[in-house]
Design a protein around this ligand. Structure first.
Ligand SMILES: Cc1ncc(COP(=O)(O)O)c(C=O)c1O
Length: 406
């Protein structure tokens, strides 16, 4: 990987990703679905292989050297990942995904009848359905911050809905449909000044794309997934303020999350292990730390700038083709759009014929789709390995889509 100051040589970076060398229908793959999951560099793939070839043993249990080595790698990975988001290791809990991390909160932050939960209209189902279900179970009330015409959160609507009953506010950092980057620090300030609620950030679409510091954002909790930031599937993370995590009940019960078990009772383990019952995704945690090392070599400011340049380029080209684009102009590298009279699945299918991978549909945001008054949209999303040539290929592909429907 060669790197020049402040700019990414995406063409060179692509070479680090074996999957991006694949062809479909004799055409080079153009992968434009990183918001769904990112591709993995060789260092991450090798890390998984190396773990199973050299270090595979269960952690925290064995007295023997091999288990000690596995434990050391696992806990060092935690340190690395925690530091990456500005947290302390004991505040960083491993889960299977961002979804699982949010479910942990929905169950462990004990709500009672009459409590209020505030989310927004732009939430992914992962930060929507757990709250909807727990609200139903506990007879709590679920409320929604409005999204304005531009696709931004209406902060007046946020303020107006906060009261002494609000116990949880859970908002996405970046919308996986609109690309909107929500002003998390400002939102945290509003929430903390106007309620005693805990503030949760769904950072699934942001941690791999920009510099994040949980203390600076003043988030009480922040959840993200490894597979959306070059890491493997099966590892997610939950940051939580230690004083809050300490007060919460565990999510899952079993081995490793205990200090002592008798026939009568169980004393739970210290943080973070209190929330890590059973055998965890050890190799995946270690590989996620490798993904972070890879990102750090590039530097997050550079990643963000690359995202920005590519997204602005694509927005301009898509507008020239008359696409209806959802969300604000300044955004993360996610663009959802429609072409008049053409279903998003048809767009995705025809582009697939050109070996261009894009998503079509509701993007796990059905409530937002109803706010936008659409059933779905085509979505392209970019990452460090995407080039302007990829965008040009997309644009040529869309011209073909339009021709088919002429
Ligand atoms: C904003 C947002 N939140 C949460 C998730 C859920 O992530 P995962 O499926 O890795 O749990 C996604 C996935 O697309 C997302 O985009």
């Amino acid at each position: 990987m060669r790197q020049e100051a402040r700019t990414i040589n995406a063409q060179e970076i692509k070479k680090d990703f074996p999957l991006l060398q694949r062809k479909f229908y004799d055409k080079q793959l153009v992968y434009l679905d990183s918001a769904s999951t990112t591709q993995k560099p060789s260092v991450v793939i090798e890390s998984l292989k190396e773990f199973y070839e050299k270090y595979n043993a269960n952690v925290h249990r064995g007295i023997y050297k091999l288990s000690e080595e596995a434990t050391q790698l696992y806990e060092s990975a935690r340190e690395k990942i925690a530091k990456f988001v500005g947290a302390r290791p004991e505040e960083l809990i491993f889960a299977k995904s961002c979804t699982e991390a949010i479910n942990l909160l929905a169950y462990s932050l004990e709500l009672k009848e009459g409590d209020e939960i505030l989310i927004s209209e732009m939430e992914h189902h992962s930060n929507f359905v757990p709250w909807q279900q727990i609200a139903k179970e506990k007879k709590a009330k679920l409320r929604f911050v409005k999204v304005d015409e531009e696709g931004k959160l209406d902060l007046e609507s946020l303020k107006a809905q906060l009261n002494e009953k609000t116990k949880i506010v859970s908002i996405t950092h970046v919308s996986n449909v609109l690309g909107t980057i929500n002003p998390i620090k400002e939102i945290a300030d509003i929430v903390h000044k106007n309620s005693s609620a805990v503030f949760i950030v769904d950072a699934a679409q942001s941690v791999g794309h920009m510099k994040i510091n949980v203390k600076d954002l003043d988030a009480d909790f922040l959840a993200f997934s490894g597979h959306k930031m070059l890491g493997p599937v099966g590892i997610g993370c939950l940051y939580g303020k230690a004083e809050l995590l300490q007060k919460m009940k565990p999510f899952l019960y079993g081995g490793d999350m205990i200090k002592e078990v008798t026939f009568e009772k169980t004393e739970f383990n210290d943080l973070p292990w209190k929330f890590e019952a059973g055998t965890q995704p050890i190799a995946e945690a270690i590989a996620l730390a490798k993904a972070i090392e890879y990102l750090e070599q590039i530097e997050m400011d550079t990643v963000e700038e690359h995202d920005r340049i590519l997204t602005q380029y694509a927005l301009e080209k898509l507008r020239e083709l008359g696409a209806k684009i959802y969300g604000p102009n300044e955004r993360a590298p996610v663009i959802s759009f429609n072409l008049e009279g053409i279903h998003s699945h048809d767009i995705a299918t025809i582009l697939d014929g050109e070996a261009i991978a894009v998503r079509g549909g509701h993007h796990c945001c059905m409530p937002l789709m109803s706010v936008l008054g659409i059933s779905g949209a085509a979505r392209v999303s970019f990452y460090i390995y995407n080039t302007k040539e990829d965008v040009d290929a997309l644009i040529e592909g869309i011209k073909k889509v339009k021709k088919v429907f002429e």
